[in-house]
Design a binder for this molecule. Structure first.
Ligand code: ADP
Ligand code: ASP
Ligand code: MG
Length: 420
């Protein structure tokens, strides 16, 4: 017997027929004697619709009311799946965030889970009742209001529930049968990765591979949760029920590095289209200037990612380029207008017509030349690099958005990731 968390994303619960298919996946586990908690997303498109309605009324609305609206999609699917399971003769009950409760901080729209008291849920699951939990939402502790975890947050709900009930495995069912070397929708030659380390998956997710929410991977890594990515779009009888002693290599297993026998120098290519570039021209080149620019941005909770500063040709003035999330660009520009009043005249240019492309792999720690190969490949394609950043296991470049797919395809091929 295993305790299993099964998470189903939006496309997996997009209509009644698919919800019935999800019920069959759950039944397979129940029939095998496993104890199951299910975490569900809203039906595909439902959350976007809710966000659009809120924005139409008021683009800068009260974040608590935004959460009250956008959390509702998951409530519908949790109830519907509980009904589908009951109709299939399975004892099941839906649970909303506040009923468990899943406690979060008060950062509405991007809340972090603070704690989950999994005792009651675990007891019900152990008695054989399937718990169907709404993903994406919790209850904040200050005022007891609904809070959502940020887009894609149901993955994080699933891992957190797995920790809270001490599950043996957390299976993320989606519309692809695993994590691929890059988004298979962009590069059809992409290959499924049977095993990927938490560190690499964390980089892939945070650099744009939204198959898993970054925070879910972080949580899984900290708590050592065995995380798998599987497809719900297969006949439920074609997948084996969870057997902790023999999990096999279906889908993708996200695990610790020492469980991976053969490591690649480059495991994957990620890209993020939601970045924006800001260039500040003609600022003084003297101590304290960077602090006076990035300090106010940080105080406004605007995350800055890549930063490039040029040398000052005249020894007095220089230029600086950095990136922020595209959604944060208008706020960042407002902050910079204030900085200009303080720092003196400088010119600001911005564009969200950029994409960040990254190559990722733990093998980079011990292999030189990965970055050089990346730059050469982009140069061969005539693609100009606007900014670069690196870490121990990734190299990222910022390029013009028009070249995103060309760059990803070329890099995928040059690092030997294309399927034979
Ligand atoms: P869900 O609704 O199930 O949460 P998502 O749309 O959030 O599904 O994530 C699945 C999608 O992630 C896939 O359809 C795929 O296009 C995209 N994706 C991006 N990068 C990758 C990758 N490296 N491997 C697999 N899928 C990826
Ligand atoms: N429904 C939410 C979203 O679309 C959460 C999720 O699907 O993970 O972002
Ligand atoms: Mg998702």
């Amino acid at each position: 017997m295993a305790v299993v968390v099964m998470k189903f994303g939006g496309t997996s619960v997009a209509n009644i027929e698919r919800i019935q298919n999800v019920a069959r996946h759950v039944k397979r586990e129940v029939d095998a004697g496993n104890k199951v908690a299910v975490v569900v997303s809203a039906m595909a498109g439902a959350t976007n619709q809710l966000v659009d309605w809120v924005r139409e009324l008021s683009p800068l609305c009260d974040a608590r009311e935004y959460d009250a609206v956008v959390a509702s999609g998951e409530q519908v699917t949790a109830g519907l799946l509980a009904i589908a399971l009951q109709s299939a003769g399975i004892t099941a009950r839906s649970w909303q965030g506040w009923q468990i409760p899943i406690r979060t901080d008060a950062t509405h729209g991007a809340a972090r889970i603070a704690e989950i008291d999994g005792g009651r849920l675990r007891a019900r699951v152990e008695q054989g009742e399937v718990a169907v939990v709404t993903g994406f939402q919790g209850i904040e502790s200050d005022h007891g209001r609904i809070a959502t975890l940020g887009r894609g947050g149901s993955d994080t709900s699933a891992v957190a529930i797995a920790v809270a009930i001490g599950a043996d495995v957390c299976d993320i069912y989606t519309d692809v049968d695993g994590v691929y070397t890059t988004d298979p929708r962009v590069v059809p030659e992409a290959q499924r990765i049977a095993r990927i380390s938490y560190e690499e998956m964390l980089e892939m997710a945070s650099l744009g591979s939204k198959v898993l929410q970054t925070r879910s991977v972080e949580l899984a890594m900290v708590y050592g949760v065995r995380l798998r990515v599987l497809s719900s779009f297969v006949d439920p009888s074609d997948l084996p029920a969870v057997d902790v002693g023999a999990l096999g290599d279906i889908g993708t297993t996200v695990c610790s590095e020492d469980e991976i026998v053969e490591t690649q120098v480059v495991s994957g290519i990620a890209f993020a289209k939601d970045e924006a570039k800001v260039t500040i021209l003609n600022i003084e080149d003297k101590p304290g200037v960077a602090a006076r620019i990035f300090g106010p941005l940080a105080e406004s909770s605007i995350n800055v990612d890549m930063i490039v500063q040029n040398v000052a040709p005249d020894g007095l003035h220089t230029d600086m380029t950095f990136t922020v999330q595209a959604a944060e660009l208008p706020r960042a520009l407002k902050v910079l207008e204030r900085v200009r009043a303080d720092l003196g005249e400088f010119e600001i240019r911005s564009s969200d017509d950029v994409v960040k492309v990254s190559v990722i792999g733990i093998g980079m720690r011990s292999h030189a030349g990965v970055a050089a190969k990346m730059f050469q490949t982009l140069s061969d394609k005539g693609i100009n690099i606007l900014a670069i950043s690196t870490s121990e296991i990734k190299v990222s470049v910022l390029i013009n958005a028009d070249y995103a797919e060309l760059a990803v395809r070329a890099l995928h091929e040059v690092y030997g990731l294309d399927a034979q």
